[in-house]
Design a protein around this ligand. Structure first.
Ligand SMILES: [Ca+2]
Ligand SMILES: [Ca+2]
Ligand SMILES: [Ca+2]
Length: 143
């Protein structure tokens, strides 16, 4: 369940509706259950990946949180590439900057909190972005 957001495309149960997935993901990230996802809560989640605390999560740290997914499979690489590239550079690291930018993507009205309505708007886009990365990786090079 740890990897719910970062690997949302593969982690969620197929039996759930998109709305259920969304509500579950929101509830998971809203650690203190006050109805808002705060930066501190995003950081806490990020820190479960960034186990050595250097503000950089590499593919190894990322996939260490996944079960049943090969480290270099499209299903692992796709979400990694998506989050890695949020700051506009693919440097094989999901950095604190990527997370900051992910959070500002979610906080549409800029009040430093993400409510369910904002999450409802942004989460499907994140999922679509990840899906696109996975499809991209599955397409043979040179096509
Ligand atoms: Ca909260
Ligand atoms: Ca990066
Ligand atoms: Ca907000």
């Amino acid at each position: 369940m740890k990897f719910l957001i970062l690997c949302s495309v593969i982690a969620v149960a197929a039996s759930q509706t998109p709305q259920e997935q969304l509500a579950q993901a929101f509830k998971f990230l809203d650690n203190n259950q006050d109805g808002f996802i705060e930066m501190s809560e995003m950081k806490a989640y990020y820190n479960t990946f960034d186990t050595n605390g250097d503000c950089s999560v590499d593919l190894g740290e990322f996939t260490a949180q996944m079960t049943g997914v090969a480290a270099n499979s499209p299903e692992a690489r796709g979400p990694f590439n998506y989050y890695d590239g949020i700051d506009g550079t693919i440097d094989n690291a999901i950095t604190c900057k990527d997370v900051d930018l992910l959070f500002s993507k979610m906080d549409l009205n800029g009040d430093t909190k993400t409510n369910l309505q904002e999450f409802d708007t942004v989460f499907p886009k994140i999922q679509a972005g990840i899906q696109a990365e996975i499809e991209n990786l599955k397409t043979p090079v040179g096509k």
